[in-house]
Design a protein around this ligand. Sequence first.
Ligand SMILES: NC(=O)c1ccc[n+]([C@@H]2O[C@H](COP(=O)([O-])OP(=O)(O)OC[C@H]3O[C@@H](n4cnc5c(N)ncnc54)[C@H](OP(=O)(O)O)[C@@H]3O)[C@@H](O)[C@H]2O)c1
Length: 333
Amino acid sequence: MPDSARTVRLSGRTCGWLGLVEKDGVMRGFITDPAARGGLRLADDLPEPDPAADEVVVAVRAYAVNHDEANLIARRPDGWRPGQDVAGVVVRAAASGKGPAVGDRVVCYLDWEGWAERVAVPVHCTAVLDDRVSFEAAAALPIAGLTALRALRVGGAVLGRQVLITGATGGVGQYAVQLAAAAGARVTALVSSPEREAEARALGARHIVTSLDDAGLGPFHLILDGIGGPITAQAIRRIAPGGHLAWYGNIGGAAELNLADFYAQGWNAHIVGFISPVPEETKGEDLGILADLVADGRLTPLIGLTLDWAQTADAFEALAARTLRGKAVLRVT
Ligand SMILES: NC(=O)c1ccc[n+]([C@@H]2O[C@H](COP(=O)([O-])OP(=O)(O)OC[C@H]3O[C@@H](n4cnc5c(N)ncnc54)[C@H](OP(=O)(O)O)[C@@H]3O)[C@@H](O)[C@H]2O)c1
């Protein structure tokens, strides 16, 4: 049965596009609860979304989890509602008339509240999906995909240029390798162990390394680094004069840099403290670029784990234990 023909529940009202009526204005979704495993509880009494004029309501079919969300779950007050990477079906169009229509399949990059049966989404944070893109593949795109896409832009044109991607088989890294290779870069992938080499090669990396010790590496026009720790200073020693390092994460700990690291060869090189949700107003446009690449078979989200949403805590445990390849995706059933 196509998704658009399935029953949806909507705010205790008639759902015009299907003529369905649903009950009592409540729905299921995750909230923070320190007493629950992973600090998350699936509540069944959340209020239905109350969309603003420029927001659509999306029935969520799949979502992905990210490291920073684990941090947010630990930091936010009880009852806070997480969830940023979402894919689903529009069940109410925006009152302003902008954005996707009822029945459209969409991918969304939210600030929160996405791990629920339905969520209100600003139209500029959505992109319509081609039928060739599954909800699971789409849900794996937003934060990691936009980070890779936008961080690659830091280096401008990369055709024929040397690009280094650290954490190359991770959530962001797998997209960065694929997108850089698709843009014509000569990609060097830094992986954590030789077992990851085949994966990195399959993603499109030309050269795969497990350390940056070799002084013959590079010089790199662009480096994408999500690891930090000692890796960042080592990477700077391999950067080209005037090159750029987009520094988007420090999952490996705080980095210590010395000016001398630039003097190895990277004179006047730049470090960009990178953050993926900026600019906010073109999130949907960039999601559309990624989703179209997936539809055309030019980008394949690496999904290491697909679970029912009741198992969201398991997904976070796999992420923390580094047993995951690529993304963990949850299906909303
Ligand atoms: N600035 C932003 O907007 C933004 C956006 C997205 C993510 N981030 C941050 O970027 C970081 C990476 O995110 P992600 O989603 O790609 O994470 P991920 O899916 O866990 O991938 C991390 C990658 O780094 C490798 N790795 C982890 N710890 C390492 C270490 N100590 N030394 C060497 N390699 C290590 C992992 O290798 P193995 O798989 O072999 O362990 C994996 O390939 C996180 O800190 C995240 O919070 C920031």
